[in-house]
Design a binder for this molecule. Structure first.
Ligand SMILES: [Cu+2]
Length: 693
């Protein structure tokens, strides 16, 4: 290439930038920078709807991976399970509109975030650390997706994404709102074939030819998932009160999980949520909010698509193993907001009930005799909280509060005989089929604004969560020589004593946020390998849970900067280190140092962006659980898009260099997973078209 041909495109590019600059509208990015810089505290994060719209993410769990401090456990093409600062499962709360929802699957095929669609969601707010007092159990933090509110008048949105490996995301929603009433309805459809990883092989094609867990040839390249979601929401205003009622139905079919030993036949989810808010201006009691919700999930998984289900002397049905599970949650919450002195007092009472029931059948054990894997477990929680926010001066704000919870857990379908024969041999204390917990949590937060554009945050918190139904009562006797899965009915609640420190610098065109934390986890509920109690069977060794003392510490760095020439830079960096203090061995499943750097040219109606995502190698692993090291990686994504009136389009390529890489959390130890590492998706091109009226 001659120097002239090199310079010419560059010159055109500069002219193009200058033209762009002169016609530029106010960019959404500047607004985002202002919101993140000025309106969020250092321990808060948000995922903007712009970021969601531009991404080809298959679900909310995947989209959240771009938020500092968040990673995920990936078990297949979809249904990523959110991990916040190294804490996962019931150590964190993931809600839609404050509604508690528990998945049906004992192997977390369907984590809470899997059950609501992007198209329902307007924004996602994240509290890092045990600073959420409004809900029980936010030990490691809280993630709340907020659903859309219909704008005044008629409105409609239709979006469609098509991408590599038959990726399809379609959604349509319409609403109408007047000053006194509103209605909204939507529908979303998602499907995909099995993605290929960077080595050109299907994500399902990861097992050695000798493995019983490998997919049958005819299922190796079947659909990865097919999901239909429908929702409807209506509301109105009567006097000083606002009401809203929401119903949603989701049907997920044929979802493959190469990470696990089984795949989902279906997950069928129903959700109902009612909220009301009454404002009483002029009185000391400013606002009263009430919420009532109900949801249920039916889940069926089996090994029909795996070689393990091949007919044999033992396997006389079309499955070798199958688990049928249901979960149900309902709850209410009443919150009052009042003026008290110079501050604001929030007080509330809440209640929820969670039932979880799973039955497993297995050819290798008792010829398909059903086993109560989750023995119809009821968990009931009553709680109350008070939180006081007071500005001590223009520069200093204090928030303090406490919460008390009473939780009762009962396994209805766990006979004394089964408790004695399957559970007791692995535990020293006498065991019971019911337990309860009374726990107090609280925090004190201090925000200091020494000068315009600088905010310092420090927090001291003690959060708590009781063990869940699975940790207490899961029971699965597996064929001779295999590892049994046995809960620990004697578990104590986990307490997280945490200290946080954050500083945020912000201006009109940038923000930079740094936060660090230290967590002392008392009675942290940890998966352990337990020896065969008598060393001679019929009982085998088991995986169970124990309370251990652990610590975690780390932090995040994030920033967004508006540079000259309509260029924008966004960077994030997250790190967490976990240690088992009982053994001085690293905790399992802790994400390595991860980050992103994105450079974007944006003139409002047109953008182009390149992002580098990276993770360091993770060599801090727990060998006692068979955990392996994972190599570091870096992948590049590019995207471009624009708006034309009511239309918008985004086109992009994720992993443009088709790298073969693994997320450290895409691998878990046997037997809760197959023990094989599942690679991430290779080169993925996509195009999204949207029409908004
Ligand atoms: Cu499942």
């Amino acid at each position: 290439m001659s120097p002239c041909t090199k310079i010419l495109p560059l010159a055109w590019l500069i002219v193009f930038f200058m033209l762009g600059t002169s016609f530029a509208e106010d960019s959404l990015i500047l607004e985002e920078i202002t919101v993140r810089g000025r309106q969020e505290a250092p321990q808060q994060e948000t995922l903007s709807i712009r970021e969601v719209r531009e991404s080809p993410a298959r679900d909310i769990g995947e989209a959240l991976e771009s938020v500092p401090g968040i990673t995920s456990v990936n078990k297949g093409a979809i249904a990523n399970d959110v991990v916040l600062r190294g804490l996962q499962r019931d150590n964190i709360n993931v809600f839609l509109d404050g509604v508690r929802l528990h998945g049906g699957c004992p192997s977390r095929m369907d984590p809470p975030s899997f059950h609501f669609d992007f198209a329902e969601v307007d924004s996602i707010e994240i509290i890092k650390g045990p600073y959420d007092l409004r809900n029980p159990g936010s030990l490691g933090g809280m993630i709340n997706a907020v659903s859309k509110t219909p704008p005044l008048g008629p409105s409609a949105t239709v979006t469609g994404t098509y991408g590599s490996y038959g990726l399809v995301n379609l959604s349509a929603s319409g609403s109408y709102a007047s000053e006194t009433a509103n209605v909204l309805a939507g529908y979303a459809y998602k499907e995909s074939d099995i993605p290929e990883s960077g080595n050109g092989k299907l994500m399902t094609d990861i097992y050695p030819a000798t493995s019983n867990n490998r997919y049958k040839p005819e299922d190796l390249d079947s659909k990865a998932y097919e999901i239909n979601t429908f929702w409807i929401k209506g509301g109105g205003k009567v006097g000083p009160s606002e009401f809203s009622l929401n119903y949603s139905y989701q049907d997920a079919e044929h979802v493959l999980y190469p990470y696990l030993l089984m795949d989902a036949d279906y997950d069928r989810t129903q959700r109902v949520n009612f909220t009301s808010s009454t404002t009483l201006p002029g009185s000391a009691l400013e606002e009263i909010n009430f919420q009532a919700y109900w949801n249920s999930v039916d889940h069926l998984m089996h090994d029909k698509y795996r070689v393990s289900s091949t007919p044999s002397m033992m396997v006389t049905r079309d499955v070798m193993m199958e688990t049928d599970s249901t979960t149900k949650v309902y709850g209410t919450k009443l919150v009052a907001v009042a003026k008290l002195g110079t501050g604001q007092l929030d007080t509330g009472l809440d209640f929820y009930y969670h039932n979880w029931d799973a039955t497993n059948i297995s050819a290798m054990f008792n010829m398909y005799q059903p086993q109560p894997m989750l023995p119809d477990v009821d968990a009931t929680n009553f709680g109350g909280f008070a939180k006081y926010t007071v500005p001590l001066s223009e520069q200093l704000k204090v928030i303090g509060g406490a919460r008390i919870d009473f939780t009762d857990v009962e396994a209805n379908d766990l006979s004394n005989a089964r408790l004695t024969s399957l559970y007791q041999p692995y535990h020293s204390a006498p065991l019971s089929d019911s337990t309860d917990f009374t726990e107090v949590s609280g925090n004190l937060q201090l925000s200091w604004f020494p000068t315009e554009g600088i905010e310092l945050f420090t927090g001291l918190a003690s959060g708590v969560r009781p063990p869940d139904a699975q940790e207490l009562y899961i029971g699965l006797q597996r064929p001779a020589m295999s590892t049994n899965w046995v809960g620990n009915p004697d578990l104590d609640a986990t307490r997280n004593n945490q200290v946080d420190l954050g500083i945020k610098f912000s201006g009109d065109r940038y923000y930079l946020n740094t936060s660090v934390f230290y967590s002392s986890l008392d009675d942290f509920i940890y998966l352990v390998s337990v020896a065969d109690p008598d060393g001679m069977g019929p009982l085998a060794k088991a995986r169970s849970y124990r309370n251990i003392d652990a610590e975690m510490y780390g932090g995040e760095l994030s920033g967004q900067y508006a540079l000259p020439f309509d260029l924008y830079l966004r960077t994030t960096l997250s790190y967490v280190r976990g240690e088992n203090r009982d053994t001085n061995i690293p905790l399992a499943e802790i994400p390595p140092l991860t980050g992103q750097v994105a450079l974007r040219y944006d003139i409002g109606d047109f953008f182009i962006e390149a992002t580098e995502r990276f993770a360091q190698k993770q060599d801090r692993v727990d060998p006692g659980l068979g955990e392996d090291e994972t190599s570091g990686w870096g992948v590049t994504d590019v995207k471009t898009g624009g708006n034309w009136g009511k239309w918008s389009a985004t086109a992009g390529i994720n992993n443009i260099f088709d790298k073969q890489y693994f997320s450290h959390l895409s691998y878990k130890r046997d037997p809760f997973a197959s023990g094989i590492k599942v690679p991430e998706t290779g080169f993925l091109a996509y195009l999204t078209l949207a029409y908004r009226y």
